[in-house]
Design a protein. Structure first.
Length: 432
């Protein structure tokens, strides 16, 4: 078969391995045919994909068959003894340029970048995405707004690039905040991370947040541990910038140094615990040194093995519960508060605090007198300092809080005269 027949046979049976093999062999014998085949392959993605897998060494063999000397000799033979029009020179040069481009493009292409993903190392975790709530035991692509919670004893890598990983452990609770331009900002609400960030993987400065501070990273190795009391940043290589949310101060933390940040303002679990320790067995906030007329502390309540205390302030009321056992919030539909309301469509703010994690919901009270106010989980937002409120999905993950948990309501208006929480509870899913 002539070269033209082989090329025509390949075009008719482009998926036939025999036709592809015959074309490759013919290209090695006829460089001009190779140029034509490569030009056709360049404008037809299907043909390009068909050539490479069948004969992986085709580019090298074709390059050897089309060295500068052989290509020049081929052109000289075509030109010797015959007069050619000037346009033919243009066509030959165009073919040469196309051949060079075809060989150069595969080696100059930028590799496709992959978005952040979670890779489980040990144990299992749970991810929370709008409309989804599932276990993670292997690998999971992530996007901004996703939340990941690791079970006790589990560990996982948040992979940000080929050489950039963040190892999460100690029951880490991690949220990916949107950072613009398709980037994310990891927010560590609880747990520990060990980060190893390569500067070449970053498209710009990487920020990482906790409830107490915000960290700017440009390529380094460091560790962050966050709990209800503080966030600790320790750098083992390189340098990071740490901004405290309490007063806004920024400090550089170099290799071998560490920095501890404390909670910002607000009703955090640390504040609740400090209040409880200060109050002890007293019966009023006034005796604990609070402002005069701050209402009073009700008597101690017992709910099974869990101890609860009820606090009142100038325009807020809080139930603080010290959990003796881990509780699974996914069992419950929401929070129920019984209090003496003023009615009139007043909007109150309800908070749930567990460790350093805060959930906030705004509810409108239409009734007067004692009544039950039910707040479903779907009404809550995940509150993150300096980033506002992030809507929660309809389902909560199997989140098991321990230690101090606060269920509170911040009333609208300057005073709470006549308003009091009489009882509280979580509504179980099994109840009608």
């Amino acid at each position: 078969m002539t070269s033209e027949q082989i090329l025509a046979d390949w075009l008719e049976r482009r998926d036939d391995p025999l036709a592809i093999a015959a074309l490759v062999d013919a290209c090695e014998r006829d460089p001009q045919l190779a140029v034509q085949a490569r030009r056709l392959a360049a404008i037809d993605e299907h043909l390009s994909l068909q050539l490479a897998p069948e004969r992986a060494d085709f580019p090298n063999r074709l390059r050897q068959a089309l060295t500068h000397e052989r290509f020049a000799a081929q052109v000289s033979r075509q030109m010797r003894g015959r007069r050619r029009e000037r346009w033919l020179w243009v066509a030959v040069l165009a073919q040469a340029a196309a051949l060079i481009a075809l060989f150069a493009v595969p080696w100059l292409q930028t590799p496709t970048t992959r978005g952040p993903y979670l890779q489980m190392v040990a144990g299992e975790g749970f991810y929370l995405r709008l409309g989804e709530n599932a276990r993670v035991d292997r690998e999971l692509p992530l996007q901004s707004g996703d939340r990941v919670h690791l079970q006790p004893g589990a560990s996982a890598d948040l992979v940000l690039g080929p050489a950039s990983r963040i190892r999460c452990s100690d029951s880490a609770d991690l949220v990916l905040l949107p950072a613009g331009n398709g980037l994310v900002e990891p927010y560590l609400a609880l747990g520990s991370i060990d980060a190893d960030i390569a500067q070449r993987d970053l498209q710009g400065p990487l920020f990482l947040s906790t409830p107490h501070c915000r960290i700017q990273v440009t390529g380094t190795r460091f560790t962050v541990r966050a709990d209800e009391r503080q966030s600790q940043v320790a750098v083992s290589h390189g340098r990071v910038q740490v901004q405290d949310l309490l007063d806004g101060t920024t400090a550089a933390v170099a290799s071998g140094q560490q920095r501890i940040s404390v909670p910002a303002s607000g009703m955090t679990a640390t504040t609740i615990r400090t209040m409880k320790d200060a109050l002890g067995q007293t019966t009023s906030l006034r005796e604990a040194g609070c402002e005069s007329g701050s209402v009073m502390l009700t008597d101690r309540m017992q709910q099974g093995r869990n101890e609860s205390l009820l606090y009142f302030g100038g325009n807020w009321a809080y139930v603080v519960q010290r959990l003796s056992q881990a509780q699974d919030w996914s069992r419950y539909l929401g929070l129920s508060l019984l209090f003496n309301g003023q009615g009139g469509g007043v909007v109150h703010q309800v908070e749930v605090v567990s460790g350093s994690t805060q959930f906030v919901a705004n509810v409108r009270d239409q009734q007067e007198g004692w009544h039950t106010l039910f707040v479903p989980w779907s009404a809550f937002h995940y509150r993150i300092p300096q980033h506002g409120d992030i809507p929660l999905p309809a389902e909560l993950p199997p989140f098991r809080p321990t230690g101090v948990v606060g269920f509170g309501i911040i009333f609208s208006g300057p005073s709470t005269s006549g308003i009091a929480i009489g009882d509280w509870g979580l509504i179980d899913r099994e109840q009608p």
